[in-house]
Design a protein around this ligand. Structure first.
Ligand SMILES: Cc1cn([C@H]2C[C@H](O)[C@@H](COP(=O)(O)OP(=O)(O)O[C@H]3O[C@@H](C)C(=O)[C@@H](O)[C@H]3O)O2)c(=O)[nH]c1=O
Length: 185
């Protein structure tokens, strides 16, 4: 597994090995021991899988408030998507900064997003599937959203995205009182 840094020091790109043969490929999409060797010890407890019918579907930007905060390990099972993390840890030197990564079935790349970040994605192809591990269980009462178009993210959109009503009406980052604090390591 190759681990790459991004400009947000805690957001990592993971590239698991793919073993190709005449049938196709085999890949360990998650291996706890290898993650530990890479210094990533996150107790994942829930796997999520969603499919979006149309390209231009945007889900996000989402978070769960502490004590139900979630780190996420994200990959694309079919199609492709632009996956985005935004730092919302108050006091962080990178507060409000974002990283966008194209995840696709083809590239097998994964994005590790720690707790304290917003997460969202834009689908780039029809019937795109996203699969992600979460470090805490879903808690509807702790679920929150920040407007996708309030963080200066370059989504590369040429027309309005397809949104859920919750996401269309989300608060803007400038009005958002983040429940996360940055702790120096
Ligand atoms: C997130 C989630 C939703 N649900 C339910 C609630 C609702 O009825 C339905 C759809 O929920 P949503 O509209 O919130 O789904 P969606 O907009 O896909 O929300 C997801 O977006 C991405 C960006 C994330 O990072 C995730 O953590 C999650 O917030 O699924 C669960 O049962 N468990 C879950 O873990």
């Amino acid at each position: 597994m190759i681990v790459k840094q991004t400009l947000l020091p805690d957001v990592l790109i993971l590239e698991p090995a793919r073993h190709g043969d005449s049938r196709g490929f085999f890949s360990e999409s998650w291996n706890g021991a290898r993650m530990s060797e890479a210094g990533i010890d996150i107790p994942f407890v829930q796997d999520n899988h969603s499919m979006s019918d149309a390209p231009g579907t945007l889900r996000g930007l989402h978070f769960q408030s502490p004590p139900y905060a979630q780190a996420k390990l994200v990959r694309c099972g079919r199609g492709s998507l632009l996956d985005v993390a935004v730092d919302i840890r108050k006091g962080s030197p990178t507060f409000g900064k974002w990283h966008a990564e194209t995840l696709s079935f083809e590239n097998g790349r994964q994005l590790l997003i720690p707790a304290g970040f917003l997460h969202g994605f834009l689908t780039l192809e029809p019937m795109t599937e996203i699969i992600y591990k979460c470090s805490d269980y879903y808690n509807a009462g702790a679920d929150g959203a920040v407007h996708w178009d309030s963080c200066g993210i370059d989504w590369g959109l040429k027309s309005a995205p397809l949104l859920s009503p919750k996401d269309a009406n989300a608060q803007r980052l400038s009005d958002f009182d983040s429940p996360f604090d940055w702790e120096p390591k």
